[in-house]
Write a protein that binds this ligand. Structure first.
Ligand code: IPM
Ligand code: MG
Length: 366
């Protein structure tokens, strides 16, 4: 097969066209997503690319309009795209625990439906933001962590039961992994470590969980096959502690779905605000999905004060991983860096800039 036919890029002279499905979602999602699109528009003009957007609903807004948090049509539009950019899903309006559908189900169905097994969450500390973190400045020096969170298995996707047993209400969640699910995520972590400090911390709870013992066994196998990478096994509870006591000692961290969810919220404290952190969700061969790690922040939704940086940096990851536009990705990251250096701050970082003004500052740097 001609290799070019598998590339998700359509050449038209020098102009490259990319199809992006945009899923702004709920709460602050639409506010931050539209700023990321403005940044992408600047990139498109500067580098002569065409980004063609299809905007679709996911989460609570999709429940309201279609009665489902993710429709088959939206999933198909995501499948057909070169990449997906998502804002956030959820909100108190859809929080009824007895509801049949929830906004979060839409996001999980999207991750599963697209086979997005790998969630990359880079955590870096900008030197100008060390004061925004509650941690001692000396602990934050040199922090550069990449959390690789397994995203389509583990506790989120195992069998669930809700019933009555022996006269008592009962609920069951199951943490299940097949060896191949562990192997592919750990191998990806090792590959990513090759371009970094060559250290992988595989995080589990092997002293208690059977699934973690399989995780550790597979991680050790992958470790033996990659002697150039230093592998360390760590328990999730002690990792939670190390993240705030010695974060600079960590490089690539690979872990189970829910462990990764919890550890990355904790790690976001290092960066000064959850609003700063992007993520990339990748599948084996197909499309990638890019979203900030923060949620829909209903408390500030509609006020125009959310930090758009997590989404703008997610758009940069989209350029890097899905569209293979490394130079453009690095260009956005540099502009964000410089913007922070100049002192631009949204409310989460102790400043007064609105979402739009923060994006304006970044565009100015571009
Ligand atoms: C995240 C979020 C989601 C998750 C929620 C919204 C389902 O917390 O992306 O970290 O738990 O994965
Ligand atoms: Mg989370």
């Amino acid at each position: 097969m001609d290799l070019c036919t598998c590339l998700p890029v359509y050449m038209n002279g020098n102009n490259m066209e990319f199809k992006i499905t945009l899923l702004p979602g709920d709460g602050i999602g639409p506010e931050v997503a539209s700023e990321a699109v403005r940044v992408l528009d600047v990139i498109a003009r500067k580098y002569n690319h065409t980004f063609e957007y299809k905007e679709r609903l996911v989460g609570g807004c999709s429940i309201d309009k279609y009665g489902s948090s993710l429709t088959d049509e939206t999933l198909a539009d995501c499948q057909a795209a070169d990449a997906i950019l998502l804002g956030a899903v959820g909100g108190p309006k859809w929080d009824d625990p007895s509801a049949k559908d929830r906004p979060e189900r839409g996001l999980l169905a999207l991750r599963k439906g697209l086979g997005l097994f790998a969630n990359l969450r880079p955590v870096k500390v900008h030197p100008a933001l060390v004061d925004a973190s509650p941690l001692k400045p000396e602990r934050l020096q040199g922090v550069d962590i990449l959390v690789v969170r397994e995203l389509t298995g583990g506790l989120y996707f195992g069998q669930k039961i809700r019933d009555t047993k022996d006269g008592c209400e009962r609920a069951v969640d199951t943490l299940e992994y097949f060896d191949y699910e562990i192997r592919r995520i750990v191998e990806l972590a090792f590959n990513l470590a090759k371009g970094r400090k060559k250290r992988v911390t595989s995080v589990d709870k092997a002293n208690v969980l059977e699934s973690s013992r399989l995780w550790r066994q597979i991680a050790a196998q992958v470790g033996r096959a990659n002697p150039d990478i230093q592998l360390e096994h760590a328990l999730v509870d002690s990792t939670a502690m190390k993240l705030v006591t010695a974060p600079a000692s960590m490089d690539v961290v690979v872990t189970e779905n829910m462990f990764g969810d919890i550890l990355t919220d904790e790690a976001s404290v290092l960066a000064g605000s959850m609003g700063m952190l992007p993520s990339a969700s990748l599948s084996e061969a197909g499309v990638g999905l890019y979203e900030p790690i923060h949620g829909s922040a209903p408390d500030i939704a509609g006020k125009g004060i959310a930090n758009p940086i997590g989404t703008i940096l997610s758009a940069a990851l989209m350029l890097r991983y899905s569209l293979k536009l490394e130079e453009e990705a690095a260009f956005i990251e540099k502009a964000v860096d410089q913007t922070i250096t100049t002192g631009a701050r949204t409310a989460d970082l102790g400043g007064k800039l609105t979402t739009r003004q923060m994006a304006d500052e970044i565009i100015e740097q571009l």
